[in-house]
Design a protein around this ligand. Structure first.
Ligand code: UVW
Length: 324
């Protein structure tokens, strides 16, 4: 379905057993279950339109170092990187082994990560126990994003850090500071951004900047042991605004895109991942991106992302590039 044919939030057809505003079945085609949600908005036509954003040719990589976050929270593992010396095989060579929890650093949350919490159901009616079951490996696995040609489109950055400075808004990135739709719309206007359907909406909240500037003790307290951080407000207004703009995906630099902890019934994780099939990018490094946007005075760009091709995967480093 094209963005212009999608129903408004209030007109989404009811899905039995699910809260209003569930978008299951919308992208099912010829009796085949959809696994890609709003990524279906990224069509070849959209790519051709988005490539008009390339003017200077400068690329900015949005993955943070795999070694970041230094001390992950929510009992998540630090990445392990070991070298494997191939000298015993008569070769002057190295392999390496990388062991990561995909939630510990820059990531896309896929549709096997998070259920609508009250029903325990994942995007398009996938059940919790089906996820580790090989019989259901095709459902919602992140490999489906590779199969469809990755993520390619127009990215737009809302630099909330710069907006907060301009408007004298003081906050700590490791408190539950809410970014409202009014803030996003005002910042967009000030930055000269007009949203388009199928955009990939990226919000710089200041979490990575905080982490970069904090000492070890503060990082442990804020990132590993504290479970509060800045993000988009979870509210009726946010949910309706996000759906009605028909973004292909959303992303940010904090542990979650939304102000954490979330508050029912407007947990954005539930709506985006489980009810709509909209990927959430988290812990992206947006520092250089913000500098380039400011320098170019342009907050839209061509964006590509090639997630891991892992069959049945839950999440992935984004391997995202913004190209100006
Ligand atoms: C949090 O851990 C806050 O979010 P996610 O599970 O999406 O990483």
């Amino acid at each position: 379905m094209r963005a212009q044919d999608l129903p408004d939030f209030k007109d989404l057809p009811p899905v039995p057993g699910m809260p209003p505003g569930t978008a299951w079945g919308i992208w099912d085609k010829n009796g085949e279950r959809d696994n890609c949600g709003s990524l279906n908005l990224l069509t070849p036509e959209n790519t051709k339109e988005a490539q008009k954003e390339i003017r200077t040719g400068q690329g900015v990589a949005l993955n943070w170092s795999l070694q970041r976050v230094a001390e992950p929270g929510f009992a998540r593992e630090q990445p392990k990187h070991t070298f494997k010396d191939l000298t015993p095989l008569g070769l002057a060579a190295f392999d390496e082994v990388i062991h990561i929890n995909t939630q510990s650093g820059s990531q896309w949350d896929g549709f096997r990560h998070w259920a609508q919490q009250e029903t325990g159901l994942y995007y398009n009616n996938l059940k919790h126990d089906e996820i580790p079951d090989p019989a259901h490996v095709e459902k919602n696995g992140i490999h489906n994003w590779t199969k469809r040609g990755g993520i390619v489109g127009r990215g737009v950055l809302i630099d909330y850090v710069a907006y907060a400075e301009r408007h004298n808004i003081q906050y700590s990135a490791v408190t539950r500071h809410e970014i409202t739709i009014h803030d996003i719309e005002t910042a967009a206007k000030e930055q000269g951004v007009e949203f388009k359907p199928a955009d990939i909406l990226i919000i710089r909240s200041g979490w990575v900047k905080w982490h970069d500037e904090a000492d070890e003790e503060a990082r442990i307290k804020g990132a590993r042991d504290g479970h509060e951080h800045v993000g988009v407000q979870g509210s009726k207004e946010s949910v309706e605004w996000l759906w009605n703009h028909h973004f292909a995906a959303v992303a940010g630099d904090a542990i979650a895109f939304e102000a954490w902890p979330p508050k029912a019934p407007y947990r954005l994780h539930d709506h985006l991942l489980a009810m709509w099939g909209t990927p959430i990018g988290e812990l992206w490094n947006l520092e250089e991106l913000a500098e380039v946007c400011k320098r170019e005075n342009r907050y839209s760009f061509f964006l590509t992302s090639a997630p891991l091709n892992i069959h049945g995967g839950v999440a992935s480093p984004p391997n995202a590039l913004a190209i100006f």
